[in-house]
Design a protein around this ligand. Structure first.
Ligand code: PRX
Length: 650
């Protein structure tokens, strides 16, 4: 609550400049408000008009069918191909020679692809997939570094109607295995390695470990990037460059139904295995196309850089699908932001004339901590708009972004959304909505957002509550792969099917602005990425020394939240630094480095309710070094907490 209170005191307000307004797509609040009302009163009319801007192969018969709640169908019967929307429509028009992708590798290598070139690359990739028997509806896992071939792989799948499942390149073999198995993937696209902090990450070797013994995978396509030595399984593994040399440039795009699955992307749930969030084609394309255009106020000459990895939803929606659907020039960067120096991002901005920059609060806090000089020594006059996503941004970090990066010239769009929502749902429109540091502000078109209590009743302005969304929106998830029951339970059961429940707390202020207050479930947000406490606990318990574990977040100045694990060890094991180091490594190996706990604390027992549930609320307070707040009367054995607190003081 203390964090929420401090946010409440924020009363700075920044109006868009007249200069920005004049050129903006939506240049005043009244226009936003009128369009918003229209989108809520008549979503079919509103989104129908937007959809008509996309190149449909065959028109839809109905904009929205919400009769089978909570499974929405958008643009019913329409036929469309997401790759054509992103590539073909531009490759044959006036944008043919415009740069589509501008890429820089960590070692400094540069590549650029025009829309016409992108069409060739993507078609060849698609043909290579086909040559090995990949077809419409097959699931293809993609585990790659941030190189242009990652975009070709994603778009190549979309072109032939294969469902891509991109797995972030920092995940461990174990995490890949879960995802490949859950999705029933028949092929994997990877690279020999990728560059990160001056070293080569051996991606192909990790894939081999991950899929050992999984019979469903018939092909591992391997792109040559880092030229490191790789393990090889004849028959299964193919070099992409060899295959590409044999295929031709022409690959007609598959005719996809609007509701055909475009991709799966796994996200953490509070319980059980990761959820394969399922997005479909027509609605997702409309949502990403529209938000990119309006939220980033996209102009023809913009150089758009979203710094996320394509392994996360932000990269799917705002490196690939949204910007390319708009015919934009998008940047991609392979490596770490401080390689070889702490000013790498700003050097990139200067060199390529980036005009719109979209990054995460965790990155912003790192830049702040590295010192202003690394930013200010590069020319940032090309920047005109800044964005953030992934977690609530602290007002100090917002102000730093505004002053130091944006030189007080660039509006900031603090965009709230989720893997599940597919595109931005709550955000300022930069020419129309005054911003407040730390606030995601107002709902986007078609988003009927409410702040409600546990029963689903709206709470008065100023009071905290749960964020809820009443109407379907085009880019919403259509379910969890293979698990309808979990979809209904996780997102729709909280309010008896009346609203979508994103799992975030929120507050609406006197101006109607929505402030996001973070997760309310057992999901941690580390560097803008959700991790399930349960999975980290399972990883800890899989170590022979650990009997029971409870994982909670504690505030962290760089990563937003840090992982704090309380563990009970079994007989015969010795607590101490050595075990701490072993456990951290163990979790990193099981899940990935992102999930490595910052703190590991040993306890003789964990605090539990009488019904045996671990009282994480208490552990959260202990982890953060706060006084224990609230009721402890349901605690089974208070001495457990007393001992943990005693530890804290010692
Ligand atoms: O808690 C919210 C937080 O990130 C969650 C979604 O995480 P993920 O599915 O990994 O997608 C992240 C990128 C879209 C949300 O439930 N979150 C995301 N953006 C914001 C945010 N919290 C506050 N403000 C934001 N702008």
């Amino acid at each position: 609550m203390s964090q929420i209170k401090s946010v409440l005191k924020e009363d700075r307000r920044f109006e868009p400049s007249d200069e920005f307004r004049k050129l903006a797509r939506i240049g005043d609040f009244e226009t936003y408000a009128r369009m918003y009302k229209e989108s809520i009163d008549d979503p079919e009319g509103f989104f129908g008009r937007i959809a008509d801007e996309l190149p449909w192969i065959e028109p839809y018969s109905k904009v929205l069918d919400w009769s089978d709640k909570p499974y929405a169908k958008w643009f019913v019967d329409g036929k469309i191909n997401a790759c054509s929307v992103c590539v073909d429509q531009h490759a044959s028009g006036p944008r043919r020679d415009k740069t589509a992708i501008l890429w820089e590798g960590e070692p400094g290598d540069l590549r650029r692809y025009s829309y016409a070139e992108l069409q060739v690359e993507v078609s060849r990739f698609a043909n290579a997939l086909k040559a090995r028997g990949v077809k419409k509806g097959d699931r293809v896992a993609i585990y790659m570094p941030m190189i242009p071939e990652l975009a070709f792989a994603v778009l190549g799948c979309a072109r032939i109607g294969a469902i891509h499942s991109v797995i972030f390149g920092g995940f461990s073999a174990h995490s890949i295995r879960d995802r490949v198995e859950d999705g029933g993937c028949s092929a994997v696209i990877t690279a020999d390695g990728g560059w990160r902090r001056g070293k080569v990450l051996p991606l192909k070797a990790v894939v081999d470990e991950a899929i050992a013994g999984i019979d469903s995978v018939h092909t591992v396509f391997t792109v040559r990037r880092a030229e490191n030595t790789v393990p090889w399984q004849d028959g299964r593994d193919v070099w992409m460059h060899e295959l590409l040399a044999e295929v031709d440039d022409d690959c007609p795009p598959e005719r996809m139904d609007s509701e055909d699955t475009l991709f799966l992307l796994y996200t953490s749930g509070s319980t059980g295995k990761p959820k394969g969030i399922r997005h479909t084609t027509g609605g997702y394309m409309v949502g990403t196309y529209l938000t990119t255009r309006i939220v980033f106020d996209l102009r023809e000459e913009d150089v758009f850089w979203c710094t996320a990895d394509v392994g996360w939803i932000t990269g799917h929606s705002y490196i690939i699908y949204g910007p390319l659907a708009n015919g934009a020039t998008v940047c991609m960067y392979e490596g770490a932001p401080n390689q070889p120096h702490a000013g790498r991002f700003w050097e990139f901005v200067e060199k390529h004339g980036v005009s719109v920059l979209y990054t995460a609060p965790t990155a912003i806090r790192s830049f702040m901590s590295w010192g202003d000089e690394h930013v200010t020594k590069f020319d940032r006059s090309s920047l005109r708009l800044l964005g953030t996503v992934g977690e609530p941004i602290n007002p100090e970090a917002w102000m730093w972004y505004h002053r130091t990066v944006g030189e007080e010239r660039c509006p900031i769009v603090d965009t709230w959304w989720q893997t599940e929502t597919g595109s931005i749902l709550i955000t300022p429109l930069p020419g129309a909505v005054a911003t407040k540091p730390g606030c995601a502000t107002v709902p986007f078109f078609g988003v009927d957002a409410l702040v409600v209590d546990e029963e689903g009743n709206e709470v008065p302005d100023g009071a905290g509550g749960l964020l809820a969304i009443r109407k379907p929106w085009p880019s919403m998830l259509r379910g969890i792969w293979g698990d309808d029951a979990r979809y209904e339970e996780t997102y729709w059961s909280k309010f008896d099917g009346r609203y979508y429940f994103p799992g975030d707390g929120a507050r609406r202020d006197e101006d109607g602005y929505i402030w996001i207050m973070g997760r309310v479930d057992d999901v941690l947000n580390v560097s803008g990425h959700l991790l399930s406490t349960m999975e980290i606990e399972s990883a800890l318990v899989s170590h022979p020394s650990i009997v029971e574990a409870a994982v909670v977040p504690r505030p962290h100045e760089l990563t937003g939240e840090a992982i704090c694990a309380f563990c009970t060890i079994g007989p015969g094991f010795q607590s101490g630094d050595e075990l701490v180091a072993q456990l951290k490594e163990h979790v990193a190996k099981e899940i990935g480095k992102l999930a490595r706990p910052a703190d590991i604390r040993f306890a003789e027992a964990l605090p539990k309710t009488r019904s045996g549930k671990i009282m994480r609320r208490l552990l959260r307070d202990i982890a953060a070094g706060r006084e224990i707040e609230g009721d402890t009367t349901t605690l089974e054995d208070y001495s457990v907490v007393a001992r943990l607190l005693g530890d804290e003081k010692a």
